[in-house]
Design a protein around this ligand. Structure first.
Ligand code: SF4
Length: 208
């Protein structure tokens, strides 16, 4: 049995992957978001008291990156990583230079709304990001607004635009979580039309 640490974790791990928890901010308010119900995962407390600087993330990574042969490093925590595009770019640059590991960003796909005027996908590609996993969770705007409760009025359209751009430059997958409001077969069809890979994420709260 493991006990949750009091101090918050910027870097945590599950299986063969290392995860980076760089922010707790997010422009969505999904009713199923784990941060509403849990403080973290396993012994890792993911509620940040303050956001770490890029250097602080790198320092934490240095402690564990050689601990085993991690298959990938994933930006995925209790918030949307592209709230902090600069941090993602800087830390990715360091990972690529230091270890060459595969880097994935798990995102809600609202990077263009969060980083006005920036070509987010091109910047991710240039920094060395290999993959993006985009939580779409809906086949249309009404469902998206119902389950994800976005701050931005045109969030759904912008997520689709992000996917269109990402698949040109990055290994891109669309994901959806199994909740009653989401018609998985319709999201799968949408992913097929967009020619992007699709993965269903089981909603298992007791896992956390
Ligand atoms: S997009 Fe992710 S982090 Fe943001 S509210 Fe939804 S589940 Fe939580």
């Amino acid at each position: 049995m493991s006990f949750m640490k009091k101090s918050s974790s910027v870097v945590y791990w599950l299986g063969n992957s290392l995860y980076l928890n760089i922010t707790n901010r997010c422009p969505n308010n999904c009713y199923f978001c784990f941060k509403k119900f849990k403080n973290g995962i396993r012994e890792f407390n993911l509620k940040l008291r303050k956001e770490p600087s890029s250097n602080e993330v790198i320092k934490e990574l240095q402690k564990v990156i050689n601990r085993k042969n991690w298959s990938e490093v994933v930006f995925c925590g209790f918030g949307e990583p592209l709230e902090r595009l600069d941090c993602v770019l800087e830390v990715t640059g360091w990972i690529k230079k230091y270890s060459g590991k595969v880097v994935r960003v798990d995102t809600n796909g609202q990077g263009y709304l969060l980083n006005n005027g920036k070509d987010v996908v091109k910047e991710l590609k240039k920094a060395g990001v290999d993959k993006v996993s985009v939580s779409l969770n809906a086949h249309d705007k009404a469902t998206y607004n119902q389950v994800c409760k976005p701050e931005f009025e045109n969030a759904f359209e912008s997520v689709l635009e992000f996917i269109e751009k990402a698949k040109e430059d990055l290994d891109t997958e669309i994901t959806a979580v199994t909740i009653p409001e989401v018609d998985i077969s319709k999201v799968r069809k949408l992913a097929k039309r967009m020619e992007a890979a699709f993965r269903v994420r089981e909603y298992i709260p007791c896992f956390w």
